[in-house]
Write a protein that binds this ligand. Structure first.
Ligand code: 1PR
Length: 551
């Protein structure tokens, strides 16, 4: 197998990249010191998390001159995500560390006054000219996750000989990919962008992308013609399939699904509802066009050594065939292993990332941490699971899964909590409710509301909220729009609406009636009532932008 070299310079969740490279027929070798860079013919600089963190690591380890020498020698080089950002001169994310300066200019943060930041999801990488750019297609979508971007300025980089592709988020058009000579860099993650992303990787690895670009430039096809830029919102509506996983009474790992979190059959034997096998079902949803797949380990497999967690194997196998983002939740907290060894939440998250997860989702532990945050007068000490994982892997890698329950009150001021006036009054006609956070899969209700929780975890560095609703879970009656609107107003980070989806119309409703960033379904997909593709076709028919699955 031909080889490509990957720079191993920061803790990163690069397992998916390795899988994608292997999928297109290449073998990965690691560069672990600056001296090694010289032996790499083809080099990839993956980037995760924080610009300053990446650049400080590169610079402290002495990589900067070696990388510049590799690029100057004309050898193939690809930067991904922060690997693209590192090519610019600097970034307002951390002005203390300069970038490599291969491209001029400074990155800045997306404006979060009218939209969620980070920018998470599927967007365009549309060529601003008629050049051929590494297999990028105008009708394809690519998976982005970032808070900082290089704003597109017509003609600026093109004037320096760079071919440019852009995405547009809200009213901001940014650089999605750039290429010139031996260098290709993508702000999106090709390894998480399904078949469209694998096409980009392949054209870098086999050299066809660089060759085609050189050819079009030689023919002068682009000659100042910068007219095909799509400066329209390109972000699609994200549809996520969620698999709740646990061991059944026979000891098999199964996908299950509860009604208001009760996953046992209503029949006399009360066995755990078994809806199928996790790896196979994840692959099925990927092939139906799911934009992400989420696994929730709902029992945390308490009697098992941490290193043997069955979810690790599920992730390993799933990430070999599923090239969209994978999230794993359940049991991410400091714990004590069966032999008495202490294992931190960060160590557990690291095992998941190494096995192919792109994001981890923290549930109960986030509630406990938020309570502590308020007790300490909103002070952060850097010791919570959320802070530690987001510091090491970036905010975008940390989701907080919220399991709220309605508490009805007769009047708005009958509680200290943030209430909503509800269109579905309580059992005694109460017109208001607040949403109480729960832990341990809804078994314990706490005196903390969803606004408090989500604001606290946003301050800790969570990148996204998975917003379930126990009252709606498994009811097929549609999402809780009042809950979603309340949380969306309270925070800037993206929200995934969850619980209650029963048909494609419910997805349409939540996207139209709220500003949710994504919507998740479980039971309706598992029971085979609708496919993910049917949901997306329906949304497309109604005029919403969705990603079409490319087989
Ligand atoms: O507390 O960090 O160990 O995490 C446990 C995780 O497991 C949490 O994310 C929690 O939401 C989840 N969980 C725990 N118990 C259950 C249960 O069902 N008994 N599942 C559970 C939560 C909710 C959704 C579900 C949607 C959509 N499942 O993710 O998929 O409600 O369902 P629907 O479309 O069929 O209505 P920790």
């Amino acid at each position: 197998m031909p080889k490509v070299y990957l720079l191993d310079y920061v803790a990163g969740n690069v397992r998916s990249l390795v899988n994608a490279i292997e999928k297109v027929g290449y073998e990965v070798d690691w560069i672990r010191s600056p001296e090694d860079v010289a032996r790499a013919d083809s080099l990839i600089l993956p980037g995760v998390g924080h610009f300053g963190h990446c650049l400080s690591q590169l610079s402290a380890a002495g990589y900067v001159p070696a990388l510049r020498a590799h690029i100057d020698a004309g050898k193939p080089f690809m930067g991904i995500c922060v690997g693209l950002q590192a090519l610019f001169s600097n970034s307002s994310e951390d002005p203390n560390y300069p970038g490599l300066g291969v491209l001029p200019g400074a990155l800045d943060r997306f404006d979060d006054s009218v939209k969620a930041v980070p920018h998470i999801g599927w967007n365009n990488a549309s060529c601003a000219t008629d050049q051929t750019l590494y297999g990028l297609r105008p009708d394809s979508k690519y998976y982005y996750v970032h808070s900082y971007k290089y704003p597109y300025k017509k003609g600026e980089l093109e004037g320096l000989g760079w071919a440019v592709a852009t995405g547009t988020y809200g009213n901001e058009t940014f650089i999605g990919a750039v290429a010139k000579g031996n260098v290709l860099a993508t702000q999106f993650h090709p390894e998480k962008s399904g078949v469209a992303g694998l096409r980009v990787l392949r054209s870098f690895l086999d050299g066809s992308g660089a060759k085609a670009l050189a050819e079009t430039q030689r023919l002068g096809a682009s000659n100042g013609k910068i007219d095909q830029l799509i400066a329209q919102e390109g972000l699609t509506r994200r549809v996520i399939a969620c698999l709740d996983v646990r061991t059944n009474d026979q000891g098999d790992l199964v996908v299950t699904k509860g009604d208001q979190y009760d996953v046992r059959e209503k029949s006399d034997d009360r066995s755990v509802r078994n809806l199928g096998k996790p790896v196979e079902m994840a692959k099925k949803y990927y092939e139906q066009g799911a934009d992400e797949v989420t696994f929730l380990n709902i029992t945390s497999f308490r009697d098992c050594p941490v290193a043997d967690l069955p979810m690790l194997e599920i992730l390993r196998r799933t990430s070999e065939t599923v090239f969209v983002p994978l999230t794993i939740g359940g049991g991410i907290r400091d714990t004590v292993d069966v032999d008495g060894t202490k294992v931190s939440a960060l160590e557990i998250a690291t095992m998941y990332f190494k096995s192919g997860a792109d994001k981890v989702s923290v549930g109960s532990d986030a509630v406990i941490a938020a309570e502590e945050y308020y007790r300490a007068g909103k002070t952060l000490y850097g010791n919570t699971a959320i802070e530690q994982i987001s510091k090491a892997y970036g905010n975008q890698a940390v989701v907080v899964s919220v399991d709220p329950k309605r508490v009805y009150v007769p009047k708005q001021d009958a509680t200290r909590h943030a209430t909503v006036k509800t269109a579905t009054p309580g059992p005694n006609g109460e017109e208001y409710c607040w949403y109480a956070c729960t832990i341990k899969g809804g078994r314990e209700t706490r005196d903390l509301d969803v606004v408090e929780l989500t604001q606290a975890v946003e301050a800790m560095g969570a990148g996204e909220i998975l917003l379930n609703c126990i009252d709606k879970d498994g009811t097929n009656s549609g999402f809780d729009l009042e809950l979603i609107s309340q949380v969306k107003k309270a925070i800037k980070i993206p929200v995934i609406a969850s619980s209650g989806a029963g048909n494609p119309g419910h997805f349409m409703e939540v996207f139209q009636e709220t500003t949710t960033d994504a919507a998740l379904g479980a039971g309706m997909f598992h029971r085979g009532e609708y496919t993910v593709q049917q949901v997306k076709d329906y949304l497309a028919e109604k005029g919403l932008t969705v990603r079409k699955f490319e087989g």
